[in-house]
Design a protein around this ligand. Structure first.
Ligand code: GLC
Length: 533
């Protein structure tokens, strides 16, 4: 079936610590999310993906899981989770969980057992290696958060591998028992009604069987993260990873309409491999190109064309503008272009993912060094790598705590929250928030936008122009990347057409006074969706 919810729909990412606090401890929780479902319903999204909620010592804020089948007390309880799912489903919202299979917490009972002795039953569940003859780590692999990726365990005289923190030992996915235990965890949540998973660092799961040294990166520059010193040739993206992804997919396929999303930071051709042979892999290998591309019409035109061309047969596209690991969209490209970006995200072909708060134009929140919490910032300080700025609390209203908490928020609130908040922007028909809502609604109403084809209308300086079409209709989108006015030659039948949405506020307007001598006029930083007559 083609018309599946995860193809048609819009995904909204919730970072649970920062969405809504319901018990005044300054940290968001499940009951908080449940109370805000009416907002998400109003916004019109189809699914929420919630970053990890499992029991965890929180060394990496939940990406260090100590129990795959539970809920961290700071977020709530399993019954509260069940209540959240039930209410979400009642509103027609799907619920996607974060699944973190590459590593556990060092407090997970599996690791506690694994490190207890060399002959422990679960020794092989993690990656243990002898030191080199001089006592140094087994190879040159670097942790993604800086420093060696190997930690020496004195009692058992071996090193264990961790692609991230030493509190996040990597599981050994070559071990069959590990796989079965993790698939059981997936089924635990699927049986509770979870609609899919976003799989954390999917491309990391299998490492080189011989643990060869990574080659140095000739393009490395000082001031860049340490992980970039080497090309990650042997530590990730090994061919056997696709067998694992296919098995995960097999687990999900026993249930109807579940979605498998992969977090994968790789160049295009390697990313495409994660769709799997004959579409047997991830449904949506996350496409992060919009986050890293320089924000110009030329770059984006090429990028979109190349992405569309690289998709394997049957592979459904997807687009992401932000997440909890990347600087905020509005800080990267400015508030004016954030409107263009919203229109782009919601009119391109493929499933869009919105990061909470981007719909109100939240910007990075400056975090003084003494307030830094993110382990990456603490380990490689001052390089701008810290992820706290994009994880600040959601701005609901102009009251104390921004409506997020009545306690002390775990990260500082944005200084601008009194102006930039949901309550205020909901009431302003011209706000970014209302633009998101209108675009999401339009996408739902028009199958050409949600499921239709895609065609670039050419290549223009400062302008991106494309058409979306299906058997019923075609729509055209024009996006002005410049702050100056712009104009573009358009087809004759556009004159009698209708402007459905403009980023500048116009809705359902005629086009007669916009088109002069075959030229469609666009304001600075304006994007429009048009239905030809
Ligand atoms: C993913 C997560 C990130 C986390 C890392 C380790 O990249 O998105 O937040 O730190 O994996 O689990």
């Amino acid at each position: 079936m083609f018309d599946l919810w995860w193809r048609r729909g819009v995904i909204y990412q919730i970072y649970p610590r920062s969405f809504q606090d319901s018990n005044d401890d300054g940290v968001g929780d499940l009951d908080g999310i449940r109370c805000r479902l009416d907002y998400l319903h109003w916004l019109g999204v189809d699914a929420i993906w919630i970053s990890p909620i499992y029991p965890s010592p929180m060394a990496d804020f939940g990406y260090d899981v100590a129990d795959y089948c539970g809920v961290a007390p700071i977020f709530g309880t399993l019954p509260q989770f069940d209540a959240l799912i039930e209410e979400a489903h009642g509103l027609g919202l799907k619920v996607i969980l974060d699944f973190v299979p590459n590593h556990t917490s060092d407090q997970h009972p599996w690791f506690v057992e694994s490190r207890s002795s060399r002959s422990a039953g679960k020794r092989d569940w993690y990656i243990w290696r002898d030191p080199r003859p001089d006592g140094s780590p087994p190879n040159n692999w670097v942790s993604n958060f800086g420093g060696s990726a190997w930690t020496f365990d004195a009692p058992t005289q071996q090193y264990y591998y961790h692609a991230f923190l030493e509190q996040q030992p990597d599981l050994n996915w070559r071990n069959r028992d590990v796989r079965e235990a993790m698939y059981a965890a997936l089924r635990f949540w699927l049986d509770r009604g979870v609609d899919g998973f976003r799989v954390d660092v999917m491309w990391h799961l299998i490492k080189d069987a011989q643990f060869r040294d990574n080659p140095p990166n000739p393009a490395y520059q000082e001031g860049r993260p340490e992980i970039e010193r080497f090309l990650q040739l042997y530590s990730a993206d090994q061919p056997e990873v696709h067998d694992v992804v296919e098995e995960m997919r097999g687990v999900l396929d026993r249930y109807p309409e579940r979605v498998l999303i992969g977090e994968i930071y790789l160049p295009l051709e390697r990313l495409m491999a994660y769709y799997g042979k004959d579409s047997s892999g991830a449904h949506l290998p996350f496409n992060f190109q919009l986050i890293f591309a320089s924000w110009s019409a030329r770059t984006l035109t090429t990028m979109i064309r190349d992405y569309e061309a690289a998709l394997p047969e049957g592979g459904w596209p997807n687009w992401v503008l932000g997440n909890h690991d990347q600087h905020r969209l509005a800080s990267r490209i400015g508030l004016e272009q954030a409107r263009v970006a919203a229109m782009l995200l919601l009119t391109l072909r493929g499933t869009p993912t919105i990061y909470y708060g981007d719909e109100i134009g939240m910007t990075d929140v400056a975090i003084p060094p003494e307030a830094a919490q993110d382990p990456w910032e603490l380990r490689e300080p001052g390089l701008g790598l810290g992820r706290d700025p994009e994880r600040a609390p959601m701005q609901w209203d102009d009251g104390p705590g921004a409506g997020f908490t009545r306690g002390r928020p775990w990260l500082p609130l944005a200084a601008t929250y009194r102006e930039c908040n949901v309550a205020r922007m909901k009431a302003d028909a011209n706000s970014l928030l209302r633009l998101y809502r209108d675009l999401i609604r339009l996408r739902r109403q028009r199958s050409a936008l949600s499921l239709g084809g895609f065609r670039l209308l050419g290549e223009f300086p400062d302008l991106l122009a494309y058409e979306r079409f299906d058997s019923k209709e075609r729509l055209q989108v024009f996006l002005n990347f410049s702050a100056a006015e712009n104009a573009i030659v358009v087809e004759k039948d556009l004159i009698g057409g209708k402007l459905l949405v403009s980023t500048a506020g116009d809705r359902n307007a005629g086009l007669a006074d916009r088109i002069k001598e075959g030229l469609l006029a666009l304001r600075g930083g304006e994007g429009v969706v048009i239905a030809p007559s």
